[in-house]
Unconditional design. Structure first.
Length: 141
């Protein structure tokens, strides 16, 4: 997906960096520093590669294209732009098309959030959880 987005950005005469899990650490840091100083328009980052060790104070918009089943992974990636030294308001978007796997992932994320809230809150006014839901949240099959 990053390759497709990169092609579209080029068609629009926009410049970008692209970071994936195979990007060497030294190159990753060079691209991050250059992006934060405004050398390119966009930074395309795979969700898992971008979740750790980046400080993207040069970003003011985060767009999630390929969702991840675990909302914490997405939150961690989004927080790369919400760092000390950030001077801009950062907005983020999730691109989800009806009838796609991303829509199913979003539903799974919401279900997991609700299960976690129910367990942590101990709120009896919520509907009772089934044994299967408890097993799911605890990762027991």
């Amino acid at each position: 997906m990053l390759d497709l987005i990169e092609e579209e950005l080029e068609e629009l005469d926009l410049t970008s960096y692209k970071l994936t899990g195979s990007t060497p650490a030294h190159q990753r840091q060079q691209m991050t520093r250059a992006f934060n100083t405004g050398r390119r328009d966009a930074f395309l980052i795979s969700l898992k590669a971008g979740g750790v060790g980046l400080n993207l104070t040069g970003a003011d918009t985060v767009i999630l294209v390929d969702l991840w089943w675990n909302p914490a992974t997405e939150a961690q990636a989004i927080s790369r732009a919400h760092r000390m030294g950030q001077t801009e308001t950062v907005e983020f978007y999730r691109l989800i098309t009806r009838g796609t796997i991303e829509e199913k992932i979003q539903e799974l994320q919401e279900s997991k959030k609700n299960l976690v809230t129910t367990v942590l809150d101990g709120n009896e006014s919520r509907a009772s959880m089934t044994v299967e839901e408890i097993r799911e949240i605890l990762g027991i099959s």
